[in-house]
Design a protein around this ligand. Structure first.
Ligand code: ATP
Length: 232
């Protein structure tokens, strides 16, 4: 449903992404994985159509209008509004298909108890959950999550991930960025491994234990080894 062909992105004379190729099919679950500054956020914005590549082509074959749900790293919420009004506002903007989906989302994300709270009354983790919810009210075909789980407690994270996994099993395509290995283990994605704006490898979850990146990047190999428990 989403194809990237030779995507290159330059800013102020600096090459932030170089010759990225990749294809994401309906129902895929993909993570963009790499160290700070690798170019993950820039790439997900290009996937979302928010940033235009300097060279190369991004194409999307949606089934419906308004197919993308983009959840940015920075929460984008209106402080004065309650959680309920916030969700209603985005519902009006995006004309979702079903109320049933929204009710399920509110329940699954544990938002029922905070519907009447204003955004400024919420904790950081609660804001994250609302941020995810408003990015999803229109039941997107392709969900793009940039660090959506930062600061969320483990119980809430478990609920978010269980729901996302259910949606993925039902056909929603998910691309996400995280440094949290718990999240990766739960969603068991294909990993697009990036460093210095270059796609180093695309690895299926089952092959991750056998990955050897030492020749391309010792730093990245160490990230994998630490997460897989082979460095103490
Ligand atoms: N608006 C900008 N102008 C110039 N350089 C930028 C801009 N935005 C990002 N960069 C640079 O592009 C590179 C990639 O940034 P990006 O945010 O995409 O990385 P990232 O992999 O998402 O990092 P992190 O894990 O820290 O969030 C970094 O070197 C960053 O400094």
């Amino acid at each position: 449903m989403l194809t990237l062909e030779n995507i290159t992105y330059k800013k102020r004379g600096q090459t932030l992404l170089s010759q990225i190729n990749g294809e994401i099919n309906r129902g895929d679950c993909v993570t963009l994985f790499g160290p700070n500054g690798a170019g993950k956020s820039t790439l997900i914005k290009i996937m979302a159509g928010l940033v235009k590549p300097s060279k190369g082509k991004r194409s999307i074959q949606p089934e419906h209008k308004n197919p993308i749900g983009y959840v940015p790293q920075q929460t984008a919420l209106f402080k004065g509004l309650t959680v309920r009004d916030q969700i209603k506002y985005y519902q009006k903007l995006t004309k979702p298909k079903s109320n049933e989906f929204i009710d399920d989302m509110i329940l699954s994300l544990g938002l029922s108890q905070i519907l009447n709270k204003r955004i400024e009354q919420l904790s950081g983790g609660m804001k994250r959950k609302v941020n995810l919810a408003v990015g999803m009210v229109h039941q997107p075909e392709l969900l793009l999550l940039d660090e959506a789980f930062v600061g969320v407690d483990l119980a809430a994270k478990h609920d978010m991930l269980t729901w996302l996994r259910k949606l993925n099993n039902q056909g929603t395509t998910i691309v996400f960025i995280t440094h949290d290995w718990y999240v990766i283990q739960h969603l068991q994605p294909t990993m697009w491994v990036l460093d210095h704006g270059v796609m180093i490898d695309q690895v299926e979850w089952d092959s991750v234990p056998y990955l050897n990146l030492n020749r391309q990047s010792q730093a990245l190999q160490k990230m994998f080894d630490v997460n897989m428990g082979s460095v103490r």
